[in-house]
Design a protein around this ligand. Structure first.
Ligand SMILES: NC(=O)c1ccc[n+]([C@@H]2O[C@H](COP(=O)([O-])OP(=O)(O)OC[C@H]3O[C@@H](n4cnc5c(N)ncnc54)[C@H](OP(=O)(O)O)[C@@H]3O)[C@@H](O)[C@H]2O)c1
Length: 244
């Protein structure tokens, strides 16, 4: 049996990932974690959790899975937050963005590795990162910083696994590129005076540069199925061959 813990399965990339695994084999079990459930399937279960509430994240426990073949955690939930320059942000939204994009994924990784350290299953952690974690985008300060944080947290975990723990867990932080989801709708609805790259994002949509979440989900699944082909922690789906 394979177990996939995926945050943010109600829509967008997380839902596409969940559906991919539910459709790819009767031995796959998907456990979704987010505020709303939009999947009904006999091999799917949902934990209703608001991951901006880190106390709730601390309460989430990964149960034992004896004889599992693979156990994976995919930290996918995310939000761009308020699209405004620093100085015009609500302090509470800064906190929520870090909680959702960085603190809760870090807590879940810690719980996951602690829970399955002695399991003989193949163990994989995938964080859904962003190009925005590698360079500054004005009016996205919290988003850029939190994605940069999850990249480095992932690299530290990989370093620990490689040097001290015999590589029991593979860890990746993977940027998906531009996906046609609600997050992009929100980006295009920013106030023009608050976001100097607004026209670029409107044009990405007009020029069909946003990819369908199903296409991106299959690329994440390819990496998860072929971890030995990917020695690096930080990846972009753009590095994956178009046929995969
Ligand atoms: N779209 C892009 O172009 C793009 C580009 C780079 C990176 N990404 C990354 O890709 C990931 C998925 O984004 P997406 O585009 O699929 O976004 P989306 O369509 O807006 O979906 C976001 C998901 O995150 C969950 N989420 C939001 N707030 C939450 C909360 N408080 N607690 C728990 N879950 C919460 C939502 O579930 P609920 O509402 O049910 O809670 C939803 O399922 C994110 O990490 C994002 O940063 C996206």
């Amino acid at each position: 049996m394979n177990f996939y813990y995926i945050t943010g399965t109600s829509r967008g990339l997380g839902k596409a990932l969940a559906e991919h695994y539910l459709e790819s084999g009767p031995d796959n079990r998907v456990i979704g974690i987010s505020r709303t459930c939009s999947i009904s399937h006999k091999n799917y279960s949902h934990f209703q959790v608001d991951l901006t509430d880190v106390e709730k994240t601390k309460d989430f426990h990964f149960p034992p899975h004896h004889n599992a073949k693979r156990i994976a955690l995919i930290n996918n939930s995310g939000m761009v937050g308020q699209i405004r320059p620093v100085g015009k942000l609500d302090a509470d939204v800064i906190i929520s963005s870090y909680n959702l994009n960085l603190i809760s994924p870090s807590i879940l990784m810690n719980s996951f590795i602690g829970a399955y350290n002695s399991s003989n299953a193949e163990k994989i952690v995938v964080n859904v990162s962003s190009g925005a974690g590698k360079y500054p985008i004005g009016s996205w300060a919290g988003y850029c910083a939190s994605k940069a944080g999850i990249d480095l947290f992932s690299k530290v975990v990989e370093e620990e696994q490689k040097t001290a723990f015999g590589y029991k867990f593979r860890v990746f932080s993977i940027a998906p590129g531009l996906i046609d989801t609600a997050m992009q709708d929100q980006i295009r609805s920013a106030e023009p005076g608050d976001f100097n790259r607004l026209n670029d994002f409107i044009n990405y949509k007009i020029e069909n540069q946003l990819l369908h979440p199903d296409i991106i989900a299959k690329k994440y699944a390819y990496i998860i199925d072929h971890v030995s082909e990917f020695p690096e922690v930080l990846l972009s789906v753009k590095d994956i061959e178009p046929t995969h």
